[in-house]
Design a protein. Structure first.
Length: 295
């Protein structure tokens, strides 16, 4: 971009009444369309403040004056890498261990006993954390399975963790967290499943190797539909994801997730979410808990 073009663009933005790094309507519309095309994440007017705040530091990182220049970067040949960063920032949720505890109660009280009671089952017990973010959900599941499967069955469970964000997957694979993230974890579980950091790692814990090895994390866009799993799951956690999608995308996602459930398997969504009005074949059995009929 030459100086004349840059000055013209700045004058154009000045004519809109914008000053500093405000997000112009046309730039926000472009970001919304681009994110939707690549991830099916729907950014409505209520997400404008979030987008502005999450990208402000990125403008400073690139030495850009405004969001219009950031949109130009996304349009450039180098835009694909920056788009991945943008989606990372928009899709990252705040999470913690044992979030929405009633789902873990359901896992312990209903799902695991049901699997244990099925003497015909020869396949491992399989769970998918479909939007695993920084890993707390997947490791919370792993802790439950490690606690409730007898040592004789310790090899008979598998956990897959996926996310659209490469950045959060790197955190999940490391398994290192600030201790405040584990406020709801009992002392016995902390001692059995985590290592406390020392010196420069004081105030942090790391998931022990034997537990980290039980969770396979990989990059996945849920809307691609080409899921890399040959075998179905007994339970799928896909929580606090639907809120990002419009109704047609929700229906597509629920259908695709249902295809990866075993008959008699369950899908868990966030308690702030609902499949009401979404066309699907699952049966609501508890709040935010759905059953795939057939077994």
């Amino acid at each position: 971009m030459n100086m004349t073009t840059k000055l013209a663009k700045n004058d154009d933005r000045a004519n809109t009444g914008l000053t500093g790094a405000e997000l112009a309507d046309r730039d926000y519309d472009f970001l919304c369309r681009l994110v939707y095309e690549r991830s099916r994440i729907h950014l409505g007017p209520d997400k404008r403040v979030l987008v502005t705040s999450r990208l402000a530091k990125r403008l400073r990182h690139h030495g850009l004056d405004d969001y219009g220049e950031y949109c130009d970067l996304l349009r450039s040949p180098q835009g694909d890498e920056e788009l991945q960063f943008l989606i990372d920032r928009i899709s990252t949720n705040h999470t913690h261990f044992f979030r929405e505890l009633k789902h873990f109660d359901f896992l312990r009280e209903v799902v695991i006993p049901k699997w244990k009671a099925d003497a015909r089952r020869s396949e491992p017990f399989r769970i998918w954390s479909a939007a695993s973010s920084t890993g707390e959900e997947a490791y919370s599941i792993a802790i439950h399975l490690a606690e409730y499967f007898a040592p004789a069955n310790s090899g008979r469970w598998q956990i897959e963790g996926t996310d659209i964000s490469m950045r959060v997957l790197e955190i999940a694979q490391r398994g290192i967290y600030e201790t405040e993230k584990l406020a709801g974890v009992g002392q016995n579980l902390l001692r059995w499943h985590f290592q406390r950091g020392m010196n420069q790692w004081a105030g942090h814990v790391r998931v022990k190797d034997e537990l980290r090895r039980r969770v396979n994390f990989q990059h996945l866009n849920l809307l691609d539909g080409n899921y890399p799993f040959a075998k179905p799951f007994d339970l799928i956690f896909c929580r606090n994801v639907m809120i990002y999608f419009d109704r047609p995308t929700q229906e597509t996602l629920v259908r695709q997730l249902g295809e990866k459930l075993m008959p008699g398997g369950h899908l868990l969504v966030g308690h702030s979410e609902s499949l009401s009005g979404v066309n699907h074949s699952l049966k609501l059995v508890r709040p935010a808990t759905y059953l795939k009929p057939g077994k």
